[in-house]
Design a protein around this ligand. Sequence first.
Ligand code: FNR
Length: 378
Amino acid sequence: NEIYLHGLGGTKPPFTTDPVRLGESAREVMTPEAYGYVAGGAGSGATMDANRAAFDRWKLVPRMLTDATARTTSATVLGSELPAPVLLAPVGVQSIVHPDAEPATARAAAALGLPMILSTAASHTIEEVAEASGDGPRWFQLYWPSDSDVTASILTRAKKAGYTTLVVTLDTWTLAWRPRDLDSAYLPFLKGEGLATPLSDPAFRALLEKAPEDDMPSAILRWVSLFTGTDHSWNQLPFLREHWDGPIVLKGIQHPDDARRAVDAGMDGIVVSNHGGRQVDGAIGSLEALPPIVSAVGDRIEVLFDSGVRTGADVLKALALGAKAVLVGRPWVYGLGHAGEDGVRHVLRSLLADLDLTLGLTGHRSIGELGPESLQRS
Ligand code: FNR
């Protein structure tokens, strides 16, 4: 309503409300390196294209005269009541995109009551971002280090800072071939901007011979060696359970057998995700993976979804195919690049408004009414 009323009063939104043009308009205000970091994917970009193509294959089938004027987008996700089943996907090194970085995103998410999933690779510490989150829901994403003292220390800090749900990213045990980042020589990464959490961690600092301030390059290399090239296996998941009190969610699942293994391992949730096409080039679109996974695991685990969600219709399609909630990545990151906290809020509010309208216009009064019958595959 606010957006329409502003329009009637002649006030334009701060930047486009068009999810398709959002990336292009962000490109005009971001540095080429920052834009490349956000927009880029693995290899030829084929998986990013497949993510969008997968959404295009499903179409919504609207129903009429269903009295959908009074409706709600609210949902319960892993025990948390949310205004909508939409979360901010973990995104590392946000200082590349905007100087206000993660604290700005945390404030925008909290204002809307949506969980921001804080990345291990954040440019601000866990404690700083927790403070910026205020009363907002707090989820933490782990890049799982090979050193168990460092892992335990980071998890203890996250718990103490009030994070309730742990998201463990499995698909980035090494960084993929990402041409855009390679072409900009990974410059922001090499400055160590995404290392606020390890550099402030006593267990990590104990592994270094010198203080990181005295020898930044080797501190960076040490960290990279701890979280890439790790050889974790399914039978190490109990270690995470021992060190975490709340729900644990595995992110990066694409195969039904891996989803079944997550159930067998006693996990609380999975995120069907291909990291926004940033890890494996030439992979299936993430939405293609969703129906077989939902049929494999049923209600035995909460299935969340990401990779390619751009519009309210996209959210509805993923929910109708059995996801309990979606994570959104690049759209709000472009908002951050545009206008910091206000930009993130503008993108998220636009998505929530689009979701609410499309829910009603397709004849649904609540998220729970969505199902396979809401869609047709074409
Ligand atoms: C990511 N993603 C990501 N995932 C994660 O688990 N930890 C991280 O630190 C990051 N960092 C990151 C940076 C940037 C710039 C992007 C775009 C993405 C992946 C992210 O959580 C999510 O899986 C995808 O972004 C979802 O796809 P869309 O919505 O961007 O298409």
